[in-house]
Design a protein around this ligand. Structure first.
Ligand SMILES: *[C@@H]1O[C@H](CO)[C@@H](O)[C@H](O)[C@H]1NC(C)=O
Ligand SMILES: *[C@@H]1O[C@H](CO)[C@@H](O)[C@H](O)[C@H]1NC(C)=O
Ligand SMILES: *[C@@H]1O[C@H](CO)[C@@H](O)[C@H](O)[C@H]1NC(C)=O
Ligand SMILES: *[C@@H]1O[C@H](CO)[C@@H](O)[C@H](O)[C@H]1NC(C)=O
Ligand SMILES: [Zn+2]
Length: 357
């Protein structure tokens, strides 16, 4: 009996030590400059919540074709007031591994700087950041399967009747000028699907955002490769009503990027810089009324393409962060300096009223 007691004490102590060990190393272990498979990214999301319970929550907003959860991190200070929002998604194309790496880096940076930089602290009060580290979860998981699937781009949806290939290009499936300049051949890597929003992933994003679209100041979608900063529209016959503003903001963001490591990003309308296409999330978001809508194509410029070596993750993220920060700061200041002016006027009026009494 004594021996049994001893054993159970031993087991408890061992479990305690194992837990301690797990906590400690999970905390120091997340390496932002390596590529991570999906389960590690999910763990990392919960780690962010654990580390910053006052700022971060996980929101599940959809399910993929293969019934995996699509989740985002909602980041911001709960002020009890109505806030504006910023959208960022990464990994809509499976093989663009630098994109999810960037989303993780972005989250780390805004959380760290919110403690040291008064501007970021202010933005955390006024804005909520909605960051989806991997949007096309099925495709991303598939791209990690083995070296024959590494360059998979699409979702993993079932093949349509009469065709043998799986997967839809989710960035051609949104309901925006649908099916112009895209492929209706299901074997193409740019296959647009059987109809606008035919895919569960696109449907869930559309429903999630549609319900409170007016709160979003900006929509950023992160891809690779090519070093480009694109804005609407992909369809050559449409021009964004705020074209001049989009161009100005993008040019300044590209300049901010270049200042970090000297990398040149090409700036312009998607249909000019790449090729005409429709059904992209960027065009859809702009048509929905979100004014500042951009697509980032991160490094590189063709040498390694989608298989960007891990030693380039850090510089890629550093420079892209600088461009993203420019856009977000612009969006924030535009929305809140006007509001601040109104407050000043109200305060002055209140002071006058009090002094008259
Ligand atoms: C999808 O997963 C959820 C949660 O694990 C489960 O409740 C649901 O039944 C699944 N749906 C299908 C169609 O398998
Ligand atoms: C894929 O992996 C197999 C076995 O690990 C290897 O023999 C093959 O050369 C690899 N193919 C490519 C294209 O890297
Ligand atoms: C754009 O407009 C031109 C002229 O109206 C038309 O001929 C062309 O088909 C349109 N392009 C697309 C992609 O719809
Ligand atoms: C990308 O590389 C090509 C070929 O080397 C070069 O002509 C082009 O200017 C580069 N683009 C950027 C944005 O660096
Ligand atoms: Zn892409």
């Amino acid at each position: 009996n004594n021996l049994k007691d001893l054993f159970s004490i031993f087991r408890v102590v061992k479990m305690f030590l194992m837990c301690l060990w797990c906590c400690v190393c999970r905390r120091v272990e997340h390496d932002y400059f390596r590529y991570h498979p999906m389960p590690e990214i999910t763990d990392w999301m919960w780690l962010m919540v654990e580390d910053h319970p006052d700022l971060v929550t996980v929101v599940d907003y959809g399910r993929t074709h293969e019934n995996r959860t699509i989740s985002l991190l909602k980041i911001g200070l709960d002020t009890g007031l109505k806030k504006k929002a910023v959208w960022m998604d990464c990994g809509i194309h499976a093989r663009e591994w630098i994109a999810p790496a960037f989303c993780q880096y972005f989250v780390r940076q805004i959380l760290q700087t919110s403690k040291t930089d008064p501007k970021m602290e202010l933005m955390m009060k006024n804005l909520d950041f909605y960051v989806t580290p991997v949007f096309n979860v099925d495709g991303y998981v598939y791209s990690w399967k083995d070296n024959t699937t590494r360059l998979w781009r699409k979702s993993r949806s079932a093949s349509p009747p009469g065709c043998d290939c799986q997967g839809t290009d989710l960035n051609r499936n949104f309901d925006s000028n649908w099916a112009v300049g895209v492929s209706s051949n299901c074997c193409s890597s740019r296959y647009c699907g059987t109809g606008p929003m035919s895919e569960p992933e696109t449907q869930f994003l559309t429903y999630f955002m549609g319900s409170w679209k007016d709160d979003f100041l900006c929509f950023l979608t992160i891809h690779s490769f090519g070093q480009m900063l694109l804005f609407p529209y992909g369809h050559p016959n449409f021009t964004a009503s705020n074209y001049a503003e989009l161009m100005e903001v993008a040019l300044a963001a590209a300049e901010a990027i270049q200042e970090v490591h000297g990398m040149i990003y090409k700036v312009g309308i998607a249909s000019d810089v790449i090729y005409p296409f429709s059904g992209s999330s960027q065009d859809w978001a702009h048509m929905l009324g979100i004014p500042l809508t951009f697509t980032f194509e991160l490094r590189d410029n063709g040498t390694f393409g989608f298989e960007l070596p891990e030693d380039q993750i850090q510089p890629s993220c550093e420079e892209a962060y600088s461009g993203v920060l420019h856009i977000i700061t612009y969006a924030h200041d535009k929305a809140f300096s006007a509001a601040a002016a109104v407050w000043t006027v109200l305060l002055a009026a209140a002071t006058t009223a009090v002094s008259l009494m």
